[in-house]
Design a protein around this ligand. Structure first.
Ligand code: B1M
Length: 232
């Protein structure tokens, strides 16, 4: 049977997830959307679909990209397929009914166009009750600072996926220090090549390993700041 004929709904959960990893690898956006809907219909929670079917599939794509088995055009197709699944999950992840806990301005740093992880973080933050202002990709320091001025968020979040672009986070934070506004905001950073040490070295308040940690950290730090500031 060719992939075209495959009836995804006839597969059991484990087979379907495996098929979705293959479909993501092959950049088949319609199939990823369909698989996502089927798992949700089978009462899978949106976070489980996201982690087991989509993020895990993208991990395999990343390994083969690194090893020179996949190239940019194929990875772009895989990224589009991932986004087709994320578009379905987005409203579900955001619909926890949580009260508005704060505001976040976020973006991927200058020189870097990776946005899947950032978008996931944005979704999880929305789900945790944050208003998220997503500046997009390739964001320079002036754009970050203008957005802070305009939106007055609690948190600035920065994402970087390249070892060559992650040092730009320090440029942004150093400029905030120079302008005397660093302590007005909680700064969170994340992205695959970063770690806690790097987060501390650039002067961020926290490095977040993944989207769930980003949402937990954001909540905890906003709450802590309000307690110190004497707000309820
Ligand atoms: Co790129 N790429 N890529 N790529 N790409 C990586 C990052 C790479 C590790 C692949 C590899 O070699 N294995 C490698 C970087 C190597 C390095 O720097 N040492 C790489 C490279 C080299 C490149 C190019 C230079 C390739 C080229 O042109 N020759 C080029 C760079 C373009 C540029 O940015 N200027 C490039 C291009 C691309 C595509 C456009 C094809 C595509 C991006 C499409 C898109 O994003 N719309 C792409 C992709 C898809 C990847 C991989 C395969 C997957 C990234 C991803 O989406 N992961 C990636 C391999 C990998 O990371 N293993 C790779 C899934 C996502 C859910 O995880 O982004 O880590 P992640 O996000 C997580 C956490 O990191 C964290 O939470 C997220 C969710 O849990 N997190 C945050 C992320 N941001 C956060 C912000 C926070 C908090 C947490 O703030 C508060």
């Amino acid at each position: 049977m060719s992939d075209d004929d495959l009836d995804l709904s006839s597969l059991d959960d484990a087979e379907l997830v495996e098929q979705m990893h293959d479909d993501l690898y092959d950049g088949m956006a319609d199939e990823i959307a369909e698989g996502t809907r089927i798992l949700l219909d089978r009462s899978w929670g949106p976070e489980r679909v996201l982690n087991d079917a989509l993020v895990e599939g993208m991990r395999v794509v990343g390994e083969d990209f690194r090893d020179g088995i996949l190239f940019v055009p194929e990875v772009l197709l895989a990224a589009n397929a991932m986004k087709a699944g994320m578009a379905i999950l987005r409203p579900l992840l955001a619909e926890t009914g949580a009260e508005q806990v704060g505001k976040v301005v976020m973006g991927t740093v200058k020189g870097d166009i990776h946005d899947i992880g950032k978008n996931l973080v944005g979704m999880m933050l929305e789900g945790a009750g944050f208003e998220v202002i997503d500046l997009g990709i390739n964001i320079d320091v002036d754009t970050y600072l203008a957005a802070l001025e305009e939106h007055k968020p609690d948190i600035l979040g920065m994402s970087a996926l390249l070892t060559t672009t992650m040092p730009y986070m320090k440029v942004v934070i150093d400029t905030m220090v120079e302008r005397g506004i660093r302590d007005d905001y909680i700064v969170l950073v994340g992205g695959a090549p970063l770690n806690e040490e790097f987060g501390a070295a650039v002067g961020a308040d926290a490095y977040c390993r993944d989207a769930a940690v980003a949402a937990e950290t954001a909540e905890a730090l906003v709450l802590a700041r309000r307690l110190v500031g004497g707000e309820d």
